[in-house]
Each structure stands twice: as C-alpha cells, then as structure tokens.
Design a binder for this molecule. Structure first.
Ligand code: PLP
Length: 397
C-alpha cells in the first residue's frame, strides 16, 4: 500500500526521535564571532577547541586585508565554471604557487575537499577498477568510491598486511589505494612510505587526503608527503584550504596527465561555478604565512605536549597523536555528550564525536588545537577535565 504524504512526514519525525533517544542527534552551534580560540555564542564567550583552523589564520588581519583587496581587483563572484569563463588569472597563479609549494608538477583547484575527492575518484575509476580504502577514512572518500561504481575494498585501520593480501589477488584494470594522510577523528598519520612501496609492488595509485596535514606537517607545512620526505608519480595528493590555510577550497596535486584528465572528466570540477577569485588572491597570502611563520607549527608542538601533561592523570586516555587533533576517548555516547555539555557549561567548547563518525563504543572528545591557543588555554581545559574526572558529572564506570 502506498504511504500518503502525511504518513511519510510522520516517519521522518519518528526517525528523528529515534536518533535523539540514542544520543545521536546533531545540533549546530551558532557562532556570533569570527572563528578563533575565543568565540561568542548566544552572547557568551567560550574557549574553543573545536575548529580545524590549526594555524590560527581564519581571522588573520593580513588575510582580511587580502580579501578586500581581492574583491576590489576581481569582484565578488566568478560568474561561471572554470571551463566556460570562470577561470581567473589569480586561480591560475594559485595553482602554480601550490604546485611549487608542494613539489608536484601540477595542481587543480576545487571548490571543496568533498568535491575534489568525488572528482578524482570518479574521473579515474569506474566499474572496471578497484579501490582499497582504510576503514577510518573520511566520509567524502567513501562517498566518492561509491559513486565511482568501482569495486570497493575496505581494510582495517592501518592494516597493511590485509591491504597487501587484497592487492595481491586483484586483477582489475586500475587499482587505487586511498587514505586519509592524517586521520580526521584519530589524529594519527598514515604510513605513506610503506603504502607507496605496496602501490609500487602491485602497480596501484596512491590517493592521499591531507585535509589535516597540509600547513601543519612537513618542512614549512608542505604536508604529509613532505613529512615522510618522499615523492612518487603514483601519488594523487588532495589538500583542503579551509582548515590550516584558514580560507576555503581544496586542490589536487598530481602528474600533468592526471590533472588534464580531471579538467576533462571530473564532474565536480566541470559542472560547478568557480570559487570567487578573491579567495585565490587571499590564499596566495595565506600560503606565504604558512611557509614563513614556522612559529605557528612550533607553537602547536608545544601545545600538544602541554595537553598531554595536563590530562595524563585522567581515567580517559588520549589517542597517540602528534598532530593538533587530540582525541580523548570516552566510550559511551551519552557519557561523551555529558562531558562535552559540562565543559560547555563552564565556557569551554570541545565537541563530542559519536558514531557513525567514529566506531561504536569509541565516542570521544575531539580536542583540536590551534597556534592561537595559549598554554593557559590548555591548562584551563586540563583543570576542567580533572575536576570532572573527580566529580559526580562523570561517575566511574
Ligand atoms: C574536511 C575534510 C574533507 C572535506 O574538505 P572540505 O573542503 O571541508 O569539503 C575531506 N577529507 C577530510 C579528511 C577532511 O577532514
């Protein structure tokens, strides 16, 4: 029997209620200030550990100035897709600067990391091919794999032996191993050197999603490939420009024939409006700050060490991570939510990350650090967590 419309709406409301009862309901916070370490929400100031603005550039005065300058020079909107008339000289200059910076022969700008991943995977692979993916990869890589229609093989997190067994028996036209370079919810780093060796042995491509490594890891912030001091024509490198770079967008860096293939076939590149050129103008400035201001990465290293000291006596453990992503594993959804809410009541924002973003039973506080945090900020978080560990808010379980 066909559902009538009222019945369908009722089903949606029931699904939402069910989600709420499992402590899985997502609610948006609304910021009333720029993205920075101290933010305003509903008129109250909070100390925030929840942005991906790792270098503290999202509200940088020189970048704000660059946006204004860019608007005066290029206007506000691109007005067309890159293949029609939306490709501006300043998009082009940014692509060249990114190629120079990352050491790849060419790069291509995309509007977002989500679209870059979708564009690459669907332009290079189809049902004749196989994708090998780490189980903790970002959702955008999984979605890209599904829409490509390639065979999709997922291996346990960092389990290279399992990956190798599956690569060894694969007979399809193309093989592509895809992985977060820095895992977004765990903060650990993919073993790029070993992955590359496997890709060479079994003639596969290696797609690295460096959303969280670009600007943060490697010499001058060149990213995870530089962190491992390696390079290979097999690597297809994706980095986003809305996290450490502080602005918006993403790019792919790869060999010329890969980039040309994307320009011809990546649907999320071809069928969408180019980003405002003023953003590229701003990102050129951001790239200079990333490269020249080493103190931002040094500060992050100090903050990570400070946080580790602050939380070492807690019953909850940080995952081993050297990156600004420092997850404190709580376990139960309701418990993670409870701690996050208790911190918020004290004026500290740390998001609780729950399934399906992370595995069942691994709900966590995702503490993310920014070069704009001070040691005092981290100490304040540490003492709030220690207090909670002692108090009835978080009884032993
Ligand atoms: C944020 C993120 C993306 C998506 O990038 P956007 O530019 O925000 O669309 C892709 N991959 C990973 C690992 C990310 O963390």
């Amino acid at each position: 029997m066909l559902n009538d419309f009222a019945e369908q709406r009722k089903q949606l409301r029931e699904q939402l209620r069910a989600r709420e009862s499992k402590d899985l309901y997502r609610r948006r916070l609304t910021l009333e200030s720029p993205q920075q370490t101290h933010v305003l929400m509903a008129g109250r100031e909070y100390l925030a550990f929840c942005s991906n603005d790792y270098l503290g550039l999202a509200n940088h005065p020189q970048l704000i100035e660059a946006v204004c300058e860019g608007a005066r020079q290029y206007g506000v909107g691109a007005g067309a897709s890159h293949l029609i008339t939306g490709h501006s000289s300043v998009h082009h200059a940014l692509e060249e600067a990114l190629a120079h910076f990352t050491g790849f022969p060419r790069t291509l700008l995309f509007s977002t990391g989500y679209m870059a991943n979708a564009g690459v995977i669907t332009a290079l692979l189809d049902r004749r091919d196989t994708i090998f993916a780490d189980k903790l990869n970002h959702a955008s890589l999984n979605d890209a794999a599904l829409i490509s229609r390639a065979r999709f093989v997922r291996y346990s997190h960092l389990d290279l032996a399992s990956l190798e067994r599956q690569l060894a028996v694969c007979q399809t036209r193309r093989k592509l191993v895809m992985t977060d370079a820095v895992f977004s919810m765990d903060g650990d780093i993919a073993p790029v050197t070993q992955l590359l060796a496997l890709c060479e042995k079994y003639d596969a491509w290696l797609m690295l999603d460096d959303a969280h490594g670009f600007g943060v890891l490697g010499s001058k912030g060149r990213g995870t490939v530089s962190h491992f001091d390696t390079s290979s024509p097999r690597i297809i490198y994706m980095a986003t420009l809305g996290k450490a770079a502080g602005v918006f967008g993403a790019f792919i860096a790869a060999q010329p024939e890969v980039i040309e293939t994307l320009i011809q076939h990546a649907r999320s590149y071809v069928y969408t409006t180019a980003t405002p050129p003023l953003l590229s103008h701003t990102l050129l400035k951001s790239l200079v700050l990333i490269e020249e201001e080493e103190w931002r990465r040094e500060r992050l290293t100090q903050l990570v060490a400070c946080l580790k000291r602050e939380v070492q006596s807690l019953r909850w453990r940080l995952l081993p991570s050297i990156t600004p992503i420092q997850p404190l594993i709580i376990g139960e959804n309701d418990k993670a939510l409870e701690i996050s809410e208790a911190l918020r009541a004290q004026g500290i924002l740390v998001p609780a990350i729950r399934p399906p973003t992370v595995p069942q039973g691994a709900a966590r506080l995702r503490i993310s650090l920014s070069a704009s945090h001070t040691m005092d900020d981290v100490a304040e978080l540490g003492s709030a967590l220690r207090e909670m560990d002692r108090s009835a808010v978080a009884p032993a379980y």
